[in-house]
Design a protein around this ligand. Structure first.
Ligand code: DQA
Length: 142
């Protein structure tokens, strides 16, 4: 069993970027935790990150047939990328959307997610744990 974790723009700067909002731990740290979780529970986690919309769309398309589900944090694309939304809608795999911060407690532009209507579910505001829970959910569904 294999799951894909996609992190979008600016998440490569995790740990350095607005630590009061996103925490002090790095993306590498998050990815290692998710790989470890897979080892404990018996699945493979593949983690990717890009600052480019088209790259994220290609990964979503290519996931079919290679993975049993996707965990995605589209970063700011969440709020306006109809192209990422359409890519998610175009595949059959379960996709779970995760946000580290509680987007609803922040600026108004973060309250809308254009991707939320086409994902299986959304986890917000729980930091790294959100990714753990999302992978556990995908495991249950697979
Ligand atoms: C984020 C929330 C987005 O609004 C923001 O643009 C991000 C990170 C989060 O994980 O809380 O880049 O997706």
């Amino acid at each position: 069993k294999r799951f894909l974790v996609i992190n979008g723009p600016n998440l490569n700067a995790l740990g350095k970027r607005e630590p009061g909002v996103y925490g002090k731990e790095s993306l590498e740290n998050l990815e290692n935790q998710l790989i470890e979780l897979g080892k404990e529970k018996g699945f493979d986690t593949v983690c990717v990150q890009s600052n480019y919309e088209g790259q994220i769309i290609d990964w979503i398309h290519e996931a079919e047939g290679h993975y049993l589900g996707i965990v995605i944090n589209p970063g700011a694309y969440t709020h306006y990328s109809y192209a990422i939304r359409d890519a998610i809608a175009s595949i059959q795999l379960p996709v779970i959307e995760v946000h580290l911060s509680n987007v609803h407690a922040r600026e108004a532009f973060r309250h809308e997610s254009v991707t939320a209507p086409v994902v299986a579910g959304q986890i917000v505001g729980l930091g790294f744990k959100g990714y753990h829970y999302a992978l556990c959910e995908l495991l249950e569904r697979s």
